[in-house]
Design a protein around this ligand. Structure first.
Ligand SMILES: Cc1cc2nc3c(=O)[nH]c(=O)nc-3n(C[C@H](O)[C@H](O)[C@H](O)COP(=O)(O)OP(=O)(O)OC[C@H]3O[C@@H](n4cnc5c(N)ncnc54)[C@H](O)[C@@H]3O)c2cc1C
Length: 461
């Protein structure tokens, strides 16, 4: 191709796009990245990072409540939402600056503009300029999806707005049963709000291990969160500063905020993808890609949430890196999407890697399930009624640990480490041979000796 302005044009300055741009530039490519909102994308600006800061803020309440059992008397504590949001905003702005600086240091030029395809090799920016690129990466992420239009939908907020509310709602209704909905239920409950979670399915966290779903729901209800399953919000009415939500089961609920977290759709609309010859995957609505993240147009690639494969920040980053290695580093790299450790920053946290019990039973002739439910030591003096769940799923034939599921404090930290063992194909015998760290909750993972249940023919049979 003659007359190209850049070797690589990246549409979207989120987790995946930024990584791809930097690595490609490191290989000597001339790279431009366009970001229409704020560099850092969903994770940094209105996703993982601000959410985790709010999760930390919401833990303080429980710590203060527990303090009495350890001999502390703490005067009546008060919480100020504007202080939290101001401090969160400062941290997010700092991180955004770090992202911009890292791009600049890598030699990537940044266009603070929306970019759309004008033809397969030309991008038109919202500033009016056009840029010709040899290779293009679509990394436009995803956005909240409110589902069917119901009366009063204009009163409903999403995870985009929740980070900037002027006040902490005294009562909030959250519709959704996925990780974002349960995380915000925990955040607001911890900050003192009355929380109702409404979900159309039979239980929260669809797709997670059944014991995890049951255990977490039980813990959330013990913490005072009302969980209404098997129904949906059909109408929202506004009365001044408050709202009435009507549910499909005939009941109605008053609240100060109504938030929907019922799914996210890939940002594929109005990008000019048709003009560029980029096909959509009919099964998930994302950009269709092969194992190297290449789209139906051979010079255009797509990574991260816009492909709707596994919508997590580390996955977008890994896919962006692999793309740059493949196309600009002459090191063809395929991302392995199996055994991805993940956390739900609910209260208590969930950490999970590998197969659920149901998946393992469907895929393996014989499995052994090891399970422990127990009260954490920290809760003994405080009197808190909370329990930890730890579960290992083991292949009866090879003894390999196929899955690990934890609900309890720091489950996200634990599963990162267990994820290494599962990725290395550790066996249950490897877990058993590892000495316990005492006294910890995690020692349970290496001391569960007798299966709680076994399915399929016994090895001797
Ligand atoms: C509330 C919430 C909490 C989350 N928590 C976690 C978590 O704890 N752990 C985790 O792993 N993941 C979490 N995620 C998911 C994570 O944020 C995403 O998987 C990740 O950000 C995907 O990265 P990406 O690069 O694909 O897209 P994004 O980070 O969404 O970046 C896409 C960027 O493209 C820009 N853009 C879109 N169209 C254009 C255009 N035409 N021109 C220019 N720019 C454009 C957007 O403004 C955006 O900045 C969370 C998400 C949400 C919403």
């Amino acid at each position: 191709m003659a007359d190209v302005d850049v070797d690589l044009f990246v549409i979207g300055g989120g987790s995946g796009g930024v990584r791809a741009a930097r690595i490609a530039a490191g290989y000597g490519a001339k790279v431009m990245i366009a970001e229409e909102y704020r560099v850092g994308g969903t994770c940094v600006i209105r996703g993982c990072v601000p959410k985790k800061l709010l999760v930390y803020a919401s833990h303080v309440h429980a710590e203060i409540a527990d303090a009495a059992g350890f001999g502390w008397s703490i005067p009546q504590a008060t919480f100020d939402w504007p202080t939290l949001i101001t401090n969160k905003d400062k941290e997010i702005a700092r991180l955004e600056g770090v992202y911009v600086k890292n791009l600049e240091i890598s030699g990537v030029s940044i266009a603070k503009a929306r970019a759309v395809f004008e033809d397969p090799h030309t991008l038109r920016l919202s500033t009016g300029e056009t840029v010709q690129a040899k290779t293009i990466l679509v990394a436009t992420g995803a956005a909240p999806n409110h589902g069917a239009i119901i009366p009063g939908i204009e009163h409903v907020i999403s995870s985009n707005e929740v980070f900037d509310l002027p006040a902490c709602p005294r009562r909030i209704l959250i519709q959704g049963g996925g990780y974002i909905a349960v995380e915000f239920a925990g955040i607001f409950a911890g900050l003192g709000s009355d929380v109702t979670l409404v979900y159309r399915g039979d239980n929260i966290l669809r797709g997670f291990d059944e014991d995890v779903r049951r255990h977490l729901r039980n813990e959330m209800e013990k913490a005072g969160i009302s969980i209404q399953t098997g129904c949906t919000v059909t109408k929202v009415e506004r009365h001044g500063d408050t709202f009435t939500s009507h549910l499909s089961n005939g009941s109605s609920l008053a609240s100060d905020q109504v938030m929907f977290a019922i799914g996210r759709h890939p940002n594929v609309a109005n990008l000019g993808l048709e003009t560029a010859g980029v096909a959509i995957n009919p099964s998930n609505g994302g950009v269709a890609v092969d194992t190297h993240s290449r789209t139906s147009a051979p010079h255009i690639y797509a990574i991260g949430d816009v492909t709707h494969r596994v919508n997590l920040t580390p996955v977008a980053i890994r896919e962006g890196h692999a793309f740059a290695d493949t196309v600009f580093g002459q090191r063809p790299t395929v991302v392995d999407h199996t055994n991805i450790p993940t956390a739900v920053f609910s209260q208590p946290e969930v950490g999970t890697v590998g197969l659920t019990e149901a998946q393992a039973r469907a895929q393996y002739p014989r499995i052994d399930v090891y399970k422990a439910e127990f009260r954490p030591m920290k809760a003994t003096l405080s009197g808190r009624h909370t329990r930890i769940l730890m579960k290992l799923i083991v292949d009866g034939a090879s003894d390999r640990v196929l899955g690990c599921h934890i609900v309890g404090p720091e489950a996200g930290e634990l599963i990162q480490v267990i994820g290494v063992a599962v990725k290395m194909k550790a066996t249950k015998a490897d877990f058993d041979a590892t000495l316990a760290v005492h006294p910890t909750a995690a020692e349970e993972l290496v001391t569960m000796r007798v299966p709680f249940a076994s399915y399929g023919p016994s090895p001797a049979a």
